[in-house]
Design a protein around this ligand. Structure first.
Ligand code: URA
Length: 183
């Protein structure tokens, strides 16, 4: 499947009900040959309105971490587990995740990143292991299906609990260090 085919399929998707209430599909964006891919949870209001991932308050905070560790947003690929906004930002239902993960898997196949970093517990539970404990396991790296993977705190959590910002910076510094490490 090509990028165009995948994006079109996603835009016209009716695998779950969220397509009916969304404003825009938030497919994902960035470098399609990136070594590093970030996977968030689901679009919020600003993302739903613009069609771009991580552009709201949490996204602005995430951008600060990227800048702080010397990663350009344009050099990575950023996507979410869900491509359509759940009403009132409720947690994605397992059934919505089951349907939508198809698009993420195809994106991963196309990008072929060396590293995948989950933003928050929801994507970590889906992509790393089901009972992922973000407070205990954030920043722990695993090798899964030939991808180097970890999870960091979701930037929305950092907005609610700024005490976790130091740990986030340490995790993001390690993401950057591994990104610059020769293969
Ligand atoms: N939260 C997410 O998980 N993804 C976004 O794109 C925005 C907020």
């Amino acid at each position: 499947m090509t990028w165009e085919e995948l994006e079109h399929a996603c835009d016209t998707c009716d695998r779950c009900q969220l397509g009916k209430t969304k404003t825009k599909t938030v497919f994902g964006c960035g470098n399609k040959n990136a070594d590093l891919m970030f996977v968030g949870e689901a679009p919020g209001e600003s993302e739903d309105l613009t069609g771009e991932p991580f552009v709201g308050r949490a996204g602005k905070l995430f951008d600060k971490y990227l800048e702080a560790v010397g990663i350009k947003r344009s050099e990575v690929y950023i996507a979410n587990m869900l491509k359509c906004r759940p009403p009132k930002n409720r947690d994605p239902l397992p059934s919505e995740q089951d349907e939508c993960i198809y698009y993420l898997r195809e994106q991963v196949k196309l990008v072929k990143p060396r590293m995948i970093v989950c933003l928050g517990r929801i994507s970590a539970a889906r992509l790393i292991h089901p009972d992922y404990k973000i407070t205990k396991e954030h920043g722990v790296w695993v090798n899964k299906n030939d991808y180097l993977m970890t999870a960091v705190y979701h930037p929305s959590l950092l907005l609610r609990d700024p005490r976790k910002k130091e740990e986030m910076l340490a995790d993001m510094l390690e993401v950057a260090r591994r990104l610059r490490e020769p293969d």
